[in-house]
Design a protein around this ligand. Sequence first.
Ligand SMILES: [Zn+2]
Length: 72
Amino acid sequence: MGATDSNQIPHGIRWVCQCIHPPILLAIYDRTGRIEIKVGDRYYIAQDRMQAACPRCGAWHTLEVRGPTGRT
Ligand SMILES: [Zn+2]
């Protein structure tokens, strides 16, 4: 009961651009729709949807996370 984990994302999924190997990490998200992206020294938090440009190839990517309740 003494867990003192800070702000770790459970089951974080890596969102990457695969323009090179190893792939460039764009952000980390989870199935609840929480998206965490690091730009320089800052963290940005988004919900459900995020656009990001790969710092390597400059391509824009769109991430959409479906929540656990799959309503249309
Ligand atoms: Zn890229």
